[in-house]
Write a protein that binds this ligand. Sequence first.
Ligand SMILES: CC(C)(COP(=O)(O)OP(=O)(O)OC[C@H]1O[C@@H](n2cnc3c(N)ncnc32)[C@H](O)[C@@H]1OP(=O)(O)O)[C@@H](O)C(=O)NCCC(=O)NCCS
Length: 131
Amino acid sequence: MIRAFARDDYDAVAEVWSAAGVEVVPRAELDLKLSRDPELFLVSLTDGEISGVILGTWDGRRGWIFRLGVHPAHRRRGIATALVRELEARFRALGCPRVNLLVLPHNESGLRFWQSLGYLPAPDVLCTRPL
Ligand SMILES: CC(C)(COP(=O)(O)OP(=O)(O)OC[C@H]1O[C@@H](n2cnc3c(N)ncnc32)[C@H](O)[C@@H]1OP(=O)(O)O)[C@@H](O)C(=O)NCCC(=O)NCCS
């Protein structure tokens, strides 16, 4: 089952991110995100427990996917695929024509996962600066 994140999910979500080796988004940062497009932050439930997480954002032009993680105990059962497909459906409903995401270059299994869903590498390099 997939549904939007609820505030009480934070501890379980942080646990899944940690177990999956995904950087945990601090609660204050998530609060700001939830003030914009809360319906794009999704969790999967397996036997009533949170098993996977995906954080989508919509900037009015592109959809972006961040922090996808599935707990190691629940992998290779299609959970990440289901999370991505549900998020894509929500992006489509917003009129979003393209989705982007970032993967660390050494994350071979992550890259294989994304390619299996039709997400192909682009040559762009991420540039960033703290404010
Ligand atoms: C990548 C990740 C999200 C995949 O989750 P998952 O629920 O196991 O993925 P799915 O079961 O939906 O896999 C779908 C397909 O992706 C590919 N895939 C998934 N994991 C893979 C792996 N470790 N190695 C190679 N291919 C993989 C396969 O083609 C798989 O289909 P198959 O199981 O029929 O062979 C999960 O391994 C994870 O949390 N990894 C750590 C965090 C991470 O890398 N996040 C994504 C990068 S931003």
